[in-house]
Design a protein around this ligand. Structure first.
Ligand code: ARG
Length: 257
């Protein structure tokens, strides 16, 4: 082969090598992708007041407010993906969303799948029943009862592990409440603040005082490899905690209706 031909071959080979590096952008880190797109994508399930709920096309609530602050801190827009709660972790790991803010309880099994941020809220499972139902006064009366839960939640796990084989899974808590009112369920097991709001929005339903499980804590979640995004979210959370902003939002969104 002539020398000039070798030059052509070399040029072509290096061009191919460069384009291969270009393809490497599929493994581009989340932070640069967010900055380049000018947008960060939140994954949530907006049927969990006061943390996230829909107001027309908009998703509002405590987590939505925190998420906006995270977008502000990064200097980008916030895009919200409202999806089934039990699909959130898969959506995160499939890169359909950049972070989860969904009143998501920190649990060891979830820690294997995602990287949690610092915790920002304490919660506990509560029992909603029909007002005047004398059969269910506390957790001791839940045995083998028909308990409604939201799919994939800690409430679903607690109901099944601690109380009954008769767990009925719904897309969200408010849907379970409808069946409780209709008499198709004996109780609904869900986090305390959503429980209170669901009862307020559904005359005839009440929340029992007794806690139905051990205390839980909410955190946001990012992919395991996104330590730098975790750090930014933790900074925002700690600023909001020290100014009591999160508690103010909880108040604000708990008494909307
Ligand atoms: N804290 C519970 C859990 O992590 C329920 C969260 C439900 N959140 C929601 N946005 N629907 O399993």
């Amino acid at each position: 082969m002539k020398k000039s031909k070798w030059v052509v071959v070399l040029v072509l080979m290096s061009a191919m090598a460069f384009s291969l590096i270009g393809c490497g952008s599929t493994t581009e880190d989340t932070m640069s992708k967010i900055k380049k797109k000018g947008e960060i994508v939140l994954g949530t399930n907006a049927a969990f007041p006061p943390f996230e709920m829909r107001k027309g096309d908009e998703v509002i609530g405590v987590d939505a407010e925190i998420a906006k602050k995270i977008a502000d801190k990064l200097g980008v827009k916030l895009k919200v993906e409202d999806m089934d709660f039990d699909g959130l972790i898969n959506a995160l790991n499939a890169k359909q969303v950049d972070f989860i803010a969904a009143g998501l309880t920190v649990r060891p099994d979830r820690e294997e799948q995602v990287l949690f941020t610092d915790k920002y809220f304490k919660a506990v499972q509560k029992i909603i029943v029909r007002e005047g139902d004398t059969k269910i006064k506390g957790t001791k009366d839940l045995k083998d009862k028909a308990i409604g839960v939201q799919k994939g939640t800690t409430g679903a796990i607690v109901a099944e592990e601690d109380y009954t084989k008769n767990v009925v899974r719904f897309n969200n808590g408010p849907e379970a409440a409808i069946d409780l009112k209709n008499g198709r369920l004996d109780a609904v097991l869900i986090d305390n603040l959503p429980a209170r709001m669901i009862a307020e929005q559904n005359p005839g339903l009440v929340v029992l005082d007794e806690k139905a499980a051990d205390d839980e804590e909410y955190a946001m979640a990012v992919r395991k490899s996104d330590k730098d995004l975790q750090k930014v979210i933790n900074e925002v959370l700690s600023e909001l905690q020290s100014s009591s902003r999160i508690d103010e939002w909880v108040e604000e969104y708990s008494f909307l209706q």
